[in-house]
Design a protein around this ligand. Structure first.
Ligand SMILES: [Cu+2]
Length: 140
């Protein structure tokens, strides 16, 4: 009787070990990383830049905006103008932009930016030429 019980106990222990191994395997799987528009409260964002879109300028309250840290940056754009506007950032992988926003509408654009200087602007109609553009320095 006793040797049989010991054998059963060993089998149970082995099953538990195998079970643990499978759990470890599941835990190491990584979820796909989302890029683009994410909620403003995204904990992955290293910085948030609030910008007001007006007719016809990007109003951030600074002449040469600078973001202290490189990484995922959340741009919170609010249209405070009378016509439709959007916010675009030319990042390392091309243009990232919000949808067109009406007066009072707001969108958050998350862009992963290494250290450098980037152009941001309103991509609608001739708004960039009319003054809706600027340079954004990141960790420089
Ligand atoms: Cu515009």
């Amino acid at each position: 009787m006793r040797p049989e019980l010991a054998l059963i106990a060993a089998a149970v222990a082995l099953a538990a070990l195998v079970g643990c191994g499978e759990q470890r395997g599941d835990a190491t799987r990584t979820a796909p990383q989302a890029v683009g528009t994410v909620p403003a409260t995204d904990p992955r964002a290293v910085a948030t830049v609030a910008v007001s879109l007006v007719d016809y300028a990007l109003d951030i309250g600074e002449v040469a905006p600078r973001v202290e840290r490189a990484g995922l940056i959340a741009f919170e754009a609010t249209n405070d103008g009378l016509v439709r506007h959007a916010l675009a950032v030319d990042g390392p992988s091309g243009q990232e932009r919000t949808p067109p926003l009406r007066l009072g509408e707001r969108a958050t654009l998350a862009v992963r930016l290494p250290a450098g200087t980037y152009k941001w602007y309103c991509p609608l109609a001739d708004h960039e030429r009319r003054g809706m553009f600027g340079r954004l320095r990141v960790a420089e």
